[in-house]
Design a protein around this ligand. Structure first.
Ligand SMILES: N[C@@H](Cc1ccc(O)cc1)C(=O)O
Length: 416
């Protein structure tokens, strides 16, 4: 498929749905002049944090871009950025990191297969597998001697958690993200526009230590499937990739989808950035179908027409939700079937997300009873936290200790 595409088609697919691109000429040069596959990477730090551990349907948004890159013949690397996770919020449940990395590999591979994308040019890399090397370490020191404290801080402002009396780790974080481009041997880095300041820093400072600057591809920030505001504290606002069809239906039913409003409407964005492009990749062309009890189904091939109908209330929130439910279930079906068929994946899942200890569970239920009417729906996290961001600082010291131990272990593993 990629072989049959013209260089211009490849570039168009790489750029599709992106909000911004820095140094697009680098991409042109690789694909048109050098006539070789573009090497691009996406870094994911959250997989080893306790609260945001499990991949959910929001992952489909960057996944669809990775699908475009692969379809366009790119070499794609996914960086499981364990050390970055540690630098940002000191949370790395040590014994879980490896299992979670494994779990992510299964999930991401299944997702990409579900949209019919070739995965032979896809590679997973664990950050600590190369970021503790002598060369990389020396590069951090070299970079830290040419980047000011002010610039490093500014670069991390939208990504690194901003707290009072912040530690140095938050300054190292952007430097390492810049170095990853060199050490992963890529031509471009992909991420959300929230990464923009780090991308700009990378572009500026890599040449100062003798490395070439890379292109940067940025996705827009897409509101969550269940709609912005209520998400952080509401466990129902995230749809797990392994949720049963009944649970998916229930969560979508509850989701926030204001009538006639398309801005910030997570349900609508999900169609735009996931369901429509997924249809295109599956070879059926961009198509989103909404069955209606009365009348012909509504068939959309572009988002503009959908927006128009939604604003006119022809496509009502209810209809939108039923269309999204049907399309999402169809997308999840092969992922869940793959999970059911793989004993290894199931074993990894149990190890990566062990049920919380009994004692804590009880505490949580009591706690949650005050806030949620249906406490049993809430899954307590392994670290016992269920309230989202506000509580993440609770176990800072133990988190740090654990993460340090993990780094020790990793180092030993590398040496032996
Ligand atoms: N900063 C990225 C994660 C990341 C980490 C290291 C990288 O090299 C790249 C990306 C994020 O917030 O999602």
């Amino acid at each position: 498929m990629a072989e049959a595409m013209s260089p211009q088609d490849k570039i168009a697919l790489i750029n599709k749905n992106l909000q911004e691109i820095l140094n697009p000429e680098i991409i042109e040069d690789v694909i048109v002049k050098q006539n070789r596959p573009l090497a691009v990477y996406w870094g994911k730090p959250g997989f080893c944090t306790a609260t945001t551990g499990r991949p959910h349907c929001g992952y489909f948004v960057p996944m669809l871009k990775l699908a475009h890159f692969l379809q366009a013949g790119c070499k794609v690397k996914i960086l499981l950025a364990d050390i970055h996770g540690f630098l940002d919020n000191l949370k790395a449940p040590i014994e879980l990191v490896k299992f979670r990395a494994e779990y992510y590999k299964y999930v991401i591979t299944a997702l990409l297969k579900a949209v019919n994308v070739p995965i032979d040019k896809l590679e997973f890399v664990l950050g600590s597998s190369y970021q503790l090397s002598e060369k990389y370490t020396m590069d951090i020191f070299r970079l830290s001697s040419v980047v000011t404290e002010h610039d490093a801080k500014k670069a991390g402002a939208e990504v690194v958690k901003q707290v009072e009396n912040a530690t140095l780790s938050g300054l190292i974080y952007p430097l390492m993200q810049a170095l990853d481009e060199e050490h992963l041997g890529v031509d471009a880095q992909f991420g959300g526009v929230d990464q923009r300041k780090i991308f700009a820093l990378a572009k500026e400072v890599l040449p100062r230590v003798g490395y070439k600057e890379r292109a940067h591809l940025m996705n827009p920030m897409v509101p969550g499937l269940a709609g912005g505001k209520m998400s952080a504290s509401d466990p129902d606002s995230k749809i797990d990739l392994l949720d049963t069809p009944e649970v998916v239906k229930k969560k979508i039913k509850k989701a926030f989808a204001p009538p006639k409003e398309v801005e910030g409407n997570g349900m609508m964005s999900f169609v735009e950035y996931v369901l429509l492009p997924a249809g295109a990749l599956q070879g059926e062309g961009q198509k989103f179908v909404v069955e209606r009890r009365e009348g012909e189904p509504l068939v959309y091939t572009n988002i503009e027409k959908m927006h128009e109908d939604y604003k006119a209330d022809i496509l009502t929130p209810q209809l939108l939700k039923s269309g999204v439910t049907a399309a999402l279930l169809a997308l999840l079906e092969p992922v869940q079937a793959a999970f059911q068929a793989s004993q290894e994946w199931q074993d990894i899942e149990r190890k990566a997300y062990p049920p919380p200890p009994e004692k804590k569970k009880k505490e949580k239920k009591k706690d949650l009873g005050k806030r949620h009417t249906d406490a049993k729906k809430v899954e307590a996290q392994p670290d016992g936290s269920v309230h989202g961001h506000g509580q993440q600082q609770v176990s800072v010291s133990t988190g740090a200790e654990e993460a340090m131990k993990q780094l020790e272990l990793e180092k030993k593993a590398v040496e032996s």
